[in-house]
Design a binder for this molecule. Structure first.
Ligand code: GLN
Length: 254
């Protein structure tokens, strides 16, 4: 299982969020504590963030603020990432490190978060028996126009496509995730921890793997594993949906 992290709050650098803490995502890539199904997360990594709007005239719409950095290599080997991570800051971030599910390639296109319509998405898990349900999932996903990441050769891409479809049908960020997880889990057993952001909201599900939240008045972090020993990290129950925005944090069962 991969590990992922979502952040919403005052601007923080990618380095502060992903590399600096004692049990950062970078540390979790070679020494995870809560991984039940693998020992390393070394098959690539990715981060998506919402850039501050440019100053002055001609500000682009919100969707154009999403930026990504993805690689097929382990995060600890990427010297260039460490250089830029110290100077890129954002108030809304989704980051992931990957342990590729057997049968899918180690390729940058499979590194998450995926992106469409100004939203970021990460799946920590697996659709078990994917080959047997792939055709059905493709039917449900329908037209993949405008979501090139949904074509990545990995199970998570179709879960992403189903989620984007729900968002395009007008479902809010968290409810779109919940709909897609409930639909896919009805077709195939699996582990469906997903995480998404739209710049002002974070949402995530637990379905078969660990997830923790730490929130204050100022910021919220949702992560597969706590990145430090702060006692304020709270473990979420399995099969839950968490949604966090400026009005607070809400958790409900799935
Ligand atoms: N199934 C996804 C992949 O292969 C996610 C893997 C994971 O959570 N370890 O990338």
């Amino acid at each position: 299982m991969c590990r992922h992290l979502g952040y919403l709050g005052p601007p923080r650098t990618l380095h502060e969020l992903m590399c600096a803490p004692p049990h950062s995502l970078e540390h979790q890539s070679y020494a995870p504590l809560h991984n039940l199904h693998n020992t390393m997360n070394a098959d690539g990594f990715g981060v998506g963030w919402f850039a501050a709007p440019p100053r002055g005239e001609g500000r682009p719409p919100d969707g154009d603020r999403v930026r990504r950095f993805r690689r097929a290599q382990p995060i600890w080997t990427d010297v260039s990432f460490h250089e830029v991570a110290e100077v890129i800051e954002s108030s809304c971030v989704v980051a992931a490190i990957r342990s590729a599910t057997v049968g899918f390639p180690v390729d940058e296109s499979c590194a998450q978060p995926f992106r469409a319509d100004g939203r970021l998405f990460s799946h920590n898990g697996v659709i078990e028996g994917f080959a047997g349900v792939e055709t059905k999932l493709r039917e449900l996903a329908g037209d993949l126009a405008g979501m090139p990441d949904a074509r990545a050769p990995v199970d998570s891409a179709l879960l992403f496509a189903l989620t984007v479809r729900r968002w395009r049908a007008g479902r809010p960020l968290g409810e779109g995730l919940a709909d897609a997880v409930v639909a896919v889990s009805g077709l195939a057993p699996g582990r469906y921890n997903v995480l998404a952001a739209d710049g002002s909201t974070l949402a995530a599900t637990t379905w078969g793997d660990s997830l923790f939240v730490r929130s204050t008045d100022q910021e919220v972090v949702i992560a597969s594993e706590p990145y430090d020993d702060d006692p304020e990290w709270e473990r979420l129950p399995d099969r839950s949906l968490i949604v966090a925005d400026a009005s607070g944090v809400r958790i409900r069962p799935l």
